[in-house]
Ligand binder design. Structure first.
Ligand code: FAD
Length: 499
């Protein structure tokens, strides 16, 4: 058995906050997360249940869900010499990331602007917390590499690692006793033990809301973790219809912001930063600015952190969110004003996609609040930056009122919610994604405070809805969990937050 890591504070915190019962743990009941943080949480939680003596040689670990979190639990326990049963609903592992070739995942991305973020890896010390390591890459490639690792583990560990695909954990019957958990419904699986030492649920975060929960319209938007054509010329729609393409993104978080970046530039995140810095003259000055804003952004994030705290029982304080957004706008202002018109022209030419520059593709972003919501710093900065580049084009050409403020008002419809999406042509019935692809839709919006009736916003051909996730944890829990934000591990010298 290899030596166990000694980060006891993380063990205790994860154990405490994900515990549902003495032997049941829920890792999917979180408001916001990313692949990296789930891997870290899963690893610490597994070490903690082993350290508490719940999982032993006689009483293996049972894991529900074969995503990044579930497999991390399995790998952590296997590496400590213990046995694991992993139950997955689908017929293969890593369903979420396996389904897209059009997104990258990156363990360091969430740490921007810390120095290591652009390497695509986290520092070795923090990396020790990863049962399942990965580097920046296309999501399905990373998932394929993880699957191969799991195949090797199954070969290497034989009966110590049993993967049970095609079984829905919600249909299993659990009986929790003082000395272990017995499970009915696993009888068909290879060698199920009489009882398990602990059960960790890693069934994911539930259904992504890309539809109308109140059933006022039938349109279903793109799922985040599915292949899409947002990167293609004219969003892949141009081949199916002539004339201008109008895109709409609704929602204020990371998913929405990533797609705002993609629609305007064909890329996002790290690759977008590379493109912004690609011109030699701009390179040196933008890169220097980009590096120097780091500390300011971190300081801003820390100031507002208490109000946000990534806790789902604690709605963020709107004034703090507004202050957060304004502070970032100030940072963007200062970098923006340091570049010449010529440099900004260059960035606009080289970063904003040609169809947007030629006004064949237009974007509108609808936000329920007056500001973007909780999101990672890199997304907040990049979205604000590319919107300004876009507004330079729009202010000249698109907005009759002129001026960059007016242009931004045309692009960002803040404080409004979509109330209706309807087919723009009698011939098209909104039934599913295929029926709606490249079709015209009319969209109505109303102020989120209910102060006025809905009005027609316009006609759109791609509508991306990023309205959060309907959480469906497997186990009921009395108290909501706090988030373990693993970024703290990679910020040397900072005290641990109160988890
Ligand atoms: C809109 C959006 C944008 C995101 N953007 C990013 C991003 O850019 N970068 C990033 O790192 N993360 C991002 N995330 C978060 C990322 O998707 C999750 O953190 C990660 O997938 C969680 O891993 P997981 O293993 O906990 O759950 P999942 O990956 O969801 O895996 C859950 C597994 O459990 C299985 N399962 C479900 N129900 C059952 C059941 N009843 N019985 C058995 N098995 C079951 C599923 O089939 C699946 O294999 C985003 C999430 C969303 C919704």
């Amino acid at each position: 058995m290899s030596a166990r890591p000694s980060c006891s504070i993380y063990f205790e915190n994860t154990h405490h906050y994900h515990k549902v019962d003495a032997r049941l743990f829920e890792l999917s009941d979180l408001r916001a997360a990313n692949v990296r943080d789930q891997i870290v949480r899963a690893t610490y939680l597994t070490y903690s249940v082993i350290r508490e003596g719940l999982v032993t040689a006689e009483r293996p670990l049972l894991v529900f869900g074969g995503g990044a979190a579930g497999v991390s639990c399995a790998v952590a326990a296997l590496n400590l010499g213990l046995s694991v049963f992993l139950v997955e609903k689908e017929d293969h592992l890593f369903v979420t990331q396996m389904s897209t070739n059009t997104r990258t995942i990156d363990p360091g991305e969430f740490d921007w602007p810390l120095p290591h973020w652009n390497s695509g890896v986290v520092p070795p010390d923090a990396g020790k917390a990863f049962a399942l390591a990965y580097r920046r890459g296309v999501a399905s490639d990373v998932a394929t590499a993880w699957t191969m690792l799991c195949d090797e583990y199954e070969d290497e560990f034989g009966d110590r690692f049993v993967v049970v695909p095609g079984v829905d954990a919600r249909e299993l019957e659990l009986q929790v006793a003082a000395d272990g958990v017995t499970v009915k419904g696993l009888e068909g699986a290879r060698l199920p033990p009489p009882s398990f030492g602990a059960v960790i649920s890693c069934v994911g975060f539930g259904e992504e809301v890309v539809f109308d929960k109140q059933a006022r319209w039938n349109y279903r938007g793109l799922k985040f973790w599915a292949d899409d054509t947002l990167h293609a010329e004219k969003l892949g729609i141009g081949r199916h219809r002539s004339g201008e393409i109008h895109a709409l993104v609704s929602g204020g978080g990371d998913g929405a912001q990533q797609d705002v970046q993609r629609i305007l530039t064909r890329t996002f995140g790290f690759d977008l930063v590379v493109r912004l810095q690609a011109w030699p003259d701009v390179d040196a000055r933008f890169a220097a600015q980009f590096a120097s804003i780091g500390d300011r952004c971190l300081a801003i994030d820390d100031l507002v952190w208490d109000s946000v705290d990534w806790q789902h029982h604690n709605a963020p304080d709107p004034t703090k969110l507004q202050a957060w957004h304004d502070a970032y706008e100030d940072v963007v202002d200062s970098v923006w004003s340091s570049l010449s018109e010529q440099e900004l022209d260059w960035q606009t030419q080289n970063v904003i996609r040609p169809e947007v520059r030629s006004l064949d593709l237009a974007l509108t972003w609808v936000l329920r609040d007056p500001y973007p919501s909780i999101c990672y710093p890199l997304n907040r900065f990049l979205t604000a930056w590319v919107l300004r580049l876009y507004a330079r084009i729009s202010s000249r050409e698109l907005c009759a009122r002129g001026g960059s403020k007016a242009a931004m008002d045309c692009i960002m419809v803040t404080g409004y919610e979509i109330t209706k999406i309807a087919s723009g042509a009698a011939s098209h019935v909104c039934s599913d994604r295929a029926a709606c692809f490249a079709q015209a839709h009319h969209v109505w919006v109303a102020p989120s405070d209910g102060s006025r009736k809905a009005s027609l916003l316009g006609e759109f051909h791609e509508i991306v809805l990023r309205h959060g996730i309907d959480r469906t944890p497997l186990f009921d829990r009395s108290a909501p969990p706090l988030m373990l934000k693993s970024t703290d591990m990679v910020r040397p010298g900072l005290p641990l937050r109160r988890y």
